[in-house]
Design a protein around this ligand. Sequence first.
Ligand SMILES: [Zn+2]
Length: 235
Amino acid sequence: MLELAKFDFGSLTVTALSRNGGVSKFPYDTLNLSSRVGDQPEAVASNLTKVQRLIRADSLAVLQAEHGVKVHQATRAGEAAPGDGLVCTKPGLGIIALSADCVPFALVDPIAKVIAVGHAGWRGVLADLMSQLSKSFVKSGGDISQSTAILGPAICGSCYEVPKDRVKLFKKSNPDAILDKTHLDISAGVRAKLNELGYKTNQVLACTYEETKLFSYRRVGGGPTGRTGLAAVIK
Ligand SMILES: [Zn+2]
């Protein structure tokens, strides 16, 4: 119920979560994993424990996205310092990126046992968080040629209407993110950049706006709503 999709690489796993199976009440029902959206702290803690058990982690480090390109090394459990990427080499310490329309993604090297998670909205795609996260991933021992990138569910291009001026910003830096004059496909932008960097990519094909099993910030007119996520852990 909690799980939307799971990727098992032998030495590590990546799990995309749904919004189901948690204890939070409306409008955070039910698997809200963010302590920053107004939900009860006890409910969030309980939900995180459920996820920790599901992915068989000893503890969890949670990304605190801020729509930038800062990347941190995850060395201990709990909320990470504000940033949009986490890299981890510690077995048992799960790392998780939260979102509700933005693209959560993971980079994993099952041989070197290095994992990373990132959170990219249009700002992150424009600022190329993907390259920043990849840089830290490689610095920590990740070898792109033997790694896979996994994109979690996000809002699809047809559902993501934006001002024309915003679309124009992507013409030079990431044209793959442009669906048409008024729509951005941020997943396509993330995926194109990761392919360009040399990653094999895989994507959980579900639109957060259309799929009621997922949280969508847009569907509820800008909130409040919960955040679910994409979690990675080295066994
Ligand atoms: Zn859609």
